[in-house]
Write a protein that binds this ligand. Structure first.
Ligand SMILES: [Zn+2]
Length: 70
């Protein structure tokens, strides 16, 4: 990520996972040494069911090479 002050490259100096789905990263610019924090949150993708694809093409039972049978 670029520095928000001078748009140079930044490095991550610290990263914290305070919540289950939020990661905060402290970044420091390698040029102007300014620090700022970024917050990373996942965004749920809304699955739109494609009604034209009714047939399942997945034949997973036939392709079991190295499956995870516990
Ligand atoms: Zn900077």
């Amino acid at each position: 990520m670029k520095c928000i002050f001078c748009r140079r490259e930044t490095i991550v100096v610290d990263s914290r996972n305070n919540f289950d789905f939020v990661v905060r990263r402290r970044r420091q610019c390698i040029k102007c040494k300014e620090r700022f924090t970024t917050s990373e949150t996942p965004i749920k993708e809304i699955k739109t069911e494609n009604k034209t694809r009714k047939k399942k093409k997945y034949l997973s039972r036939d392709k079991r090479d190295g499956g995870d049978d516990a």
